[in-house]
Design a protein around this ligand. Sequence first.
Ligand code: HEC
Length: 247
Amino acid sequence: MKRTIFLFVVALAWLMAGSATSAGHHLYKADVDISDKASLQRGARTFVNYCMGCHSAAYMRYNRMGDDLGIEESILQNNLMFGTDKSGDTMTIAMQKDDAEKFFGTAPPDLSVNARSRGADWLFTYFMTFYRDDSRPFGVNNLAFKDVAMPHVLWELQGIQKPVYKTVQKEDGSQREVIDHLELETPGTLDSDGYQNTVNDLVNFLVYVGEPAQIQRRSVGVIVILYLLVLLVIVYLLKKEFWKDIH
Ligand code: HEC
């Protein structure tokens, strides 16, 4: 039995180590906290202003977002919704899929559950690693998403980064230039910390959109555990009461 448990633990450790290293190159770490409503509100604003020209979040309704994030109806209507939308509408966009394919070669995907498929750290890294690449249609490329068909929509905030190369030796002895890191070439309107905070809020919002119920789920979870603990005490006392004459 002990041996089985030992083998199980070893296998588990091995699996965890494997998943950590298979992530490949360095990912930024997103600081996700969906209980931080101010952060979610800022993220929602960035999403509506910078992303919904091209991306929908078709599983998300405006009024649900308003309720969850504590946004007043008037602010929701005036600042976060397009004129023709009603508050019960989902966050869809006017761009047609066919047109989008003509513009970009590929349609911008719906972002409702993107944070769940990609993960928060990947998204954070994606927005940190756009760099200038004149060979690409929009003049940018991305370290997390090679040859991406999306322009760097937050470039005014971040500024423009350029790649700095290094030479590496391949196994067959030949040499190759690879990107070592990115360097800010033209500053944006935000400094590095300001931009990272903006991206973090945006990622936080996308994680929330991926599963809006998680805000409630967590608080319900805590209540359920507390309830079970109280019940445990009562049931234990009951058991003592029932069995007290039997010994
Ligand atoms: C001008 C149109 C446009 C805007 C604005 C835009 N995107 Fe995109 N986005 C695209 C296109 C096109 C793709 C598909 C890229 C590809 O497959 O090469 C894409 C891809 C993505 C992906 C990768 C999806 C995946 O998993 O494959 C993410 C994440 C993303 N966009 C997030 C955003 C966010 C967040 C914003 C707002 C800050 C935004 N985009 C603004 C056009 C846009």
